[in-house]
Design a protein around this ligand. Structure first.
Ligand SMILES: *[C@@H]1O[C@H](CO)[C@@H](O)[C@H](O)[C@H]1NC(C)=O
Length: 286
């Protein structure tokens, strides 16, 4: 299990570092679960205002093939409404990245849904369309917002976001824009400003290849797990180098050689000690 854990860490090493994730929320979700990167998504909480939940697993719109993510579960549920907020507890000053996660599962075209994102009273993004030239219906989109919290205030691009940090809580607002209702699927708060935006772009630009690599790694992991449980016999009979040596040493011949070696070694030490004793005796008698 420990080995598997490390393999999966290496597999996703180019995405979010686990230690840097402060908090993650699965908007509209009813249960907590671990992301592919290994950090915990909490069930939906900290929200207020006019909003509802949609769960796309109920009406057969299960996009197990949601593109640009290895944690599609985040995108199966959403919170939407005319005007709602998330107030997230953050108890330390410093730089943070807000990653807002979206997928369009209803509209087909860019611009059919457009909404605004606020921190406090400051509008950070206007008329955001989840579908754009890089994102189709059904592809995961992440929006990175870089902020700094200091002296009970929150700053974006060095400008204060008034009422954005109240009683230790960061207030993120979703408001109607040019078309239909705002929605959100997941919110991840990361410490620092190095939250993997470039890696995400790389993932999108090389998605088919990344998907294939991920499939292979998943298959290897599954196979390793089954082998560890002795569920299947490995089809390669030839042992690996290290294994070959160990199994040889554990075979009757190997054990024989080990015992022989120990006896010889013991004799050498024994005779060596006798020599020393003789020398010592000689020295004493002088
Ligand atoms: C957003 O949409 C509103 C309403 O249609 C419009 O007045 C505004 O100019 C748009 N802003 C941007 C940046 O597209």
């Amino acid at each position: 299990m420990i080995i598997l854990f490390f393999i999966s860490l290496i597999t996703f090493a180019n995405s979010l570092s686990l230690k840097s994730v402060l908090m993650a929320i699965d908007c509209g979700g009813q249960e907590s679960f671990n992301s592919k990167e290994g950090f915990l998504y909490q069930e939906d909480q900290h929200f207020s205002g006019d909003s509802r939940v949609s769960d796309y697993t109920y009406n057969d719109v299960v996009y197990d093939g949601i593109a640009y993510t290895f944690t599609p579960k985040v995108y199966f549920t959403e919170r939407h409404g005319s005007s709602f907020d998330y107030s997230l507890p953050i108890n330390k000053n410093g730089q943070y990245t807000i990653i807002l996660q979206f997928v369009e599962l209803y509209f087909e075209n860019e611009g059919e849904r457009q909404f605004d994102i606020f921190i406090g009273t400051k509008r950070i993004i206007q008329n955001l369309s989840i579908i754009d030239n890089k994102h189709q219906k059904g592809s995961a989109k992440e929006v990175f917002i870089y902020i700094e919290i200091k002296e009970d205030k929150v700053f974006h691009n060095d400008e204060e976001c008034t009422k954005g940090f109240i009683n230790g809580k960061l207030k993120i607002g979703f408001r109607k824009g040019a078309a239909d209702l705002p929605k959100v699927d997941g919110i991840v708060i990361v410490k620092g400003h190095n939250a993997g935006e470039e890696e995400k772009k790389h993932l999108i630009d090389n998605w088919e290849q990344m998907l294939e690599e991920n499939r292979k790694k998943e298959a290897e992991l599954q196979r390793a797990e089954l082998e560890a449980q002795n569920m299947i016999v490995p089809d390669s009979v030839e042992p690996e180098e290290g294994e070959g040596l160990i199994s040889f040493l554990l075979s009757p011949i190997g054990i024989g050689i080990i015992i022989f070696g120990m006896v010889v070694f013991g004799l050498l030490i024994f005779t060596g000690e006798n020599e020393d004793d003789k020398k010592r005796k000689k020295n004493k008698s002088k």
